[in-house]
Ligand binder design. Structure first.
Ligand SMILES: Nc1ncnc2c1ncn2[C@@H]1O[C@H](COP(=O)(O)OP(=O)(O)OP(=O)(O)O)[C@@H](O)[C@H]1O
Ligand SMILES: [Mg+2]
Length: 340
């Protein structure tokens, strides 16, 4: 993707961009965790950084949080240079790391209050903001318990609340919903949307295309430290394909006949898999859904289940590169099972 470069303003970034990353390289010994990453997050938007395990997502978040120094390249956040203005930069950002970092010996409320005070909020404001965020993340009841008694999902929510205490201009969320149940995941999504509505910019790393679709305006896909695709979520969706309708017939033997009937009726892109026992149709519009269900119904096929599905990370990679995600492919195994 080509982006138009304009002159940097007096704080070093192009106006309108909250995050600007150019040519960032980071090695860990022999591993090239980041191999010349370029990325831009426009002010007030959400960028999803999508990639498999080991792609370099957390490494980039750490560079942009001034926790580690890049070997090459430039990065500006809120107009501040990660290398030359780390203090100012840190005051601009909120970070929820991939692993929860709450203080186990303090209660949920104390964790948030302390962070508020560290951010120089007056006592009253720190108390009010802590109570507000505990409420939003359904932690009010547990507010007085020490965080060591919290479940994994509760810790994650507390961690997210902590990163929002100071109403940061730029918020980094590193896989914020991995391991959360669907209800909690929706709460997190709501909160992220609220932060954006209140004016924050969000850089979100994720392994879920669905999350990117829900939250992000733009999507950057990385693999082995390199950007392999970049653009508006809608553009990438058009490339990857949006939702797929999946139909499970009551009698799997009827799958080929179902596909044939659909084809006859003008639905040309239906595929069947005897392995999964599913008929799949990429949905190009509402009329497509109605047409498929209509045809199958009138022809009297017995249907055991219907579902819609967004592409998985692997399907996204397949559509973009023609190959599955490198890190997601199991390496040829040299190790043998121990002989009992
Ligand atoms: N502190 C470190 N020391 C050595 N290698 C590291 C270190 N941190 C990351 N790496 C390596 O850098 C690469 C990128 O790792 P990174 O944690 O950024 O990936 P990620 O995209 O966040 O993956 P995940 O989805 O598993 O969180 C990996 O090969 C990883 O093993
Ligand atoms: Mg990571």
């Amino acid at each position: 993707m080509t982006r138009i470069a304009t002159a940097p303003n007096d704080r070093g970034t192009t106006s309108g961009n909250a995050v600007e990353v150019r040519g960032i390289v980071k090695h860990y010994g022999e591993t090239k965790a980041l191999d010349g990453v370029d990325l831009t997050v426009r002010e007030g938007t959400v960028l999803a950084l999508l990639g498999p395990n080991g792609a370099g997502k957390t490494t980039l978040v750490r560079v942009l949080s001034t926790l580690i120094k890049p070997d090459a390249g430039t990065a500006y956040v809120g107009g501040y240079d990660v290398l030359r203005q780390p203090k100012q930069l840190r005051r601009t950002i909120g970070l929820t790391g991939q692993y929860a970092s709450v203080d186990e010996l303090l209660s949920g409320y104390e964790n948030l209050y302390l962070i508020g005070r560290l951010l120089d909020l007056p006592r009253r404001e720190a108390r009010a903001r802590a109570a507000e965020l505990l409420e939003r993340f359904s932690l009010t009841e547990a507010a007085k318990r020490t965080a060591k008694t919290y479940s994994g999902g509760m810790r994650r929510r507390l961690d997210l609340a902590a990163s929002m205490m100071g109403r940061p201009r730029v918020l980094y969320l590193d896989e914020p919903t991995t391991g959360l149940d669907p209800r909690t995941r929706n709460e997190v999504w709501d909160e992220v949307q609220r932060m954006v509505a209140e004016g924050s910019t969000v850089l979100l790393t994720t392994q879920y295309m669905e999350e990117a679709e829900q939250l992000a305006n733009e999507l950057t896909v990385i693999d082995r430290g390199r950007v392999i695709a970049n653009g508006a979520v809608s553009e990438l969706k058009a490339k990857v394909g949006g939702q797929t309708l999946q139909v499970r017939p009551a009698h799997p033997a009827e799958l080929p006949e179902m596909a044939r009937c659909l084809h006859e009726s003008g639905v040309l892109n239906a595929t069947v898999s005897t392995d999964t026992g599913l008929l799949a149709v990429p949905i190009t519009g509402e009329e497509q859904l109605t047409a498929v269900i209509g045809v199958l119904g009138t022809r009297g096929f017995a249907i055991a289940g219907i579902d819609t599905k967004v592409p998985s990370l692997d399907e996204v990679f397949l559509a973009i590169t023609g190959k599955p995600a490198s890190a997601a492919v199991p390496a040829p195994s040299l190790a043998k099972e121990p002989v009992a």
